[in-house]
Ligand binder design. Structure first.
Ligand SMILES: Cc1cc2nc3c(=O)[nH]c(=O)nc-3n(C[C@H](O)[C@H](O)[C@H](O)COP(=O)(O)O)c2cc1C
Ligand SMILES: [Mn+2]
Length: 522
């Protein structure tokens, strides 16, 4: 089951009893957040209980006739519904099969391969000549303020577009990227563009900057966003010369759920998110050309913002109540200039809020965790399982179980994680043996503390850290810590005897289970 647009998805949510319509008037300033935050935390026990339903606000203060969809991904069940799967592990299995694909032997194997080939075929987006996102085309007289954009938290710098699929093209290869980067609304025609420097769109921007100034051996060092920040003002100066140039950007708001999800998936830069979405949906994404650029946007999007950033222009973005549970502070980011807005008739505005976990993004992160397991295992063969508890806000804590075969292997795994895509940001990694369930936080705590001699078993390192880390010594650069909570071996210099864990024998367990009723304890 897959959905071709947001509306099909909303109907499916409603049919599944996963949607609540709210008819009472609600203010997009702060009130939507307070309601959604409470609903997200329904049933939250240790950050793991299911979130409440998706919400469709139908009576928005100051925006008569408009609707806001929020919390669409806010439970494991909805994440599965969104991706049309029985379980997240089933999707992981499909990816695993794809990676395992080898030349089929004989007819039976060839036949078995057909569904996988269909999966592959579905990955490529399909260009169409028009679509519902062009029902209304407004190239002048438009204003972002016409849409019910939220101010999420009291100290936020203003209203923010929180669930945008931001499209850019790699200037070298022409490849399309879609990333979810929040947008601070400055006025009816401009916003901030909060792509952090490690993200793909920021690299596209740097490519254009490199091309705009004379190429030289030192450029790799200076044509980074560091220079932008150091210039202190609103324009970028490289080697004494101001940089300017247009970078086309388009933003889709309110797409089918697989595409929205694909925009947050930390896929390698070579992989287009359109293909990720196509694979997840089992059906190609239909795209149309923008009115004002060569970018392509999902034909069925509710709202499309077309425009550009000037690669040399910066403006203060934030503060913004972030998914760490703290505000991310003001910083300089590019400015998005809207030139044209196209949308469906009566567009539905899709949003999310972030803040103290668990919220909607915890469930998206869980889906990413499960779906990426096969790929992670391919890079780190001894990896058995891993888990990122929501309180670790994605980048602060990863628990990893490994099958240990040689001394020092826990540290090898830590370093592998610190060099693996966006997992590089992980501030603390706890490595346990394969017999420990990484999702059982009680068991993990027991191991992580019992099994270590802190001075010996903690590995510190330095490197890039998440832009949202507010405690690191410098923005984007700081230390990380790995805890080797595996059983220590003599070959690792541990010469004392290592005790067994306390456990009942299988025979007694089975006997007591058989007799359980006799004890009248139920
Ligand atoms: C709700 C939500 C908001 C996000 N906001 C931002 C953001 O403002 N800036 C950013 O760089 N990443 C943000 N992210 C994370 C990126 O979407 C994620 O790192 C993604 O993989 C980036 O795509 P890219 O690898 O193509 O650059 C957000 C994720 C979610 C779920
Ligand atoms: Mn990408």
């Amino acid at each position: 089951m897959s959905y071709s647009d947001l509306r099909e998805w909303i109907s499916a949510l409603e049919k599944a009893g996963e949607l609540k319509r709210i008819k009472a008037e609600v203010d997009p300033i702060l009130e939507v957040t307070e309601i959604t935050d409470r609903v997200s935390k329904w049933g939250a026990r240790n950050g793991h209980g299911p979130g409440g339903p998706a919400l469709l606000f139908e009576n928005i203060k100051g925006h008569p006739g408009q609707k806001i969809l929020i919390n669409q991904f806010g439970s494991e069940r909805r994440m599965n519904l969104a991706l049309g799967s029985e379980s997240l592990d089933e999707i992981a299995g499909r990816i695993h099969e794809m990676m395992e694909m080898k030349t089929p032997q004989g007819l039976l194997e060839k036949l078995k391969m057909l569904p996988k080939l269909a999966d592959l075929g579905a990955m490529f987006p399909k260009r169409v000549s028009s679509g519902p996102c062009k029902e209304v085309i407004r190239s002048e007289g438009f204003s972002l303020l016409d849409f019910p954009i939220l101010q999420c938290w009291p100290q936020d710098g203003g209203r923010f577009i929180t669930l945008p699929c931001v499209m850019t093209r790699d200037p070298r290869t022409g490849k399309r990227n879609i990333g979810m980067y929040r947008m601070h609304v400055y006025d009816g025609q401009t916003t901030g563009m909060h792509w952090q420097r490690h993200k793909n769109a920021a690299e596209h921007q740097r490519e254009l900057m490199r091309a705009a100034v004379a190429q030289g051996p030192t450029l790799g060092k200076t044509s980074s966003v560091d220079v932008m920040a150091r210039s202190g003002g609103a324009s970028v100066v490289i080697q004494g010369k101001p940089v300017a140039g247009r970078m086309d950007v388009a933003v889709a708001i309110g797409t089918d759920p697989a595409l929205t999800f694909a925009a947050i998936v930390p896929a390698p830069p070579e992989i287009e998110e359109y293909m990720v979405a196509g694979f997840l949906r089992g059906k190609p994404v239909e795209v149309v050309k923008c009115e004002t650029s060569d970018l392509e946007v999902p034909a069925s999007a509710e709202i499309v913002l077309e425009g550009y950033i000037d690669i040399g222009e910066l403006k203060t973005e934030g503060p913004f109540g972030d998914h760490t549970g703290f505000y991310s502070l003001e910083d300089l980011y590019p400015v998005f200039h809207v030139e044209c807005i196209t949308h469906r008739k009566n567009p539905i505005y899709a949003a999310t809020i972030v803040g103290k976990p668990p919220q909607e993004d915890a469930w998206m992160a869980l889906a990413i965790e499960r779906i990426f397991l096969p790929a992670a295992k391919m890079m780190i063969p001894e990896l058995v399982d891993y888990h990122l508890p929501p309180e670790g806000v994605a980048h602060n804590l990863m628990i990893v179980s490994i099958r240990k075969s040689y001394p020092g292997q826990a540290r090898k795994v830590m370093h592998a994680i610190w060099s693996l895509g966006q997992a590089m940001f992980t501030k603390c990694i706890v490595v346990v043996d394969e017999d420990c369930d990484v999702k059982d936080l009680r068991e993990v705590t027991l191991r992580a503390l019992n099994n270590i001699d802190p001075e010996r078993d903690i590995q510190f390192t330095l490197g890039p850290v998440d832009t949202l880390d507010h405690a690191s010594r410098l923005p984007n650069f700081g230390s990380k810590m790995g805890i080797d909570a595996t059983r220590k071996w003599t070959t690792e210099g541990f010469t004392r005897p290592w005790p067994d864990q306390v456990e009942m024998s299988a025979e007694i367990k089975e006997r007591i289970t058989r007799r359980w009723k006799e004890f009248g304890l139920e």
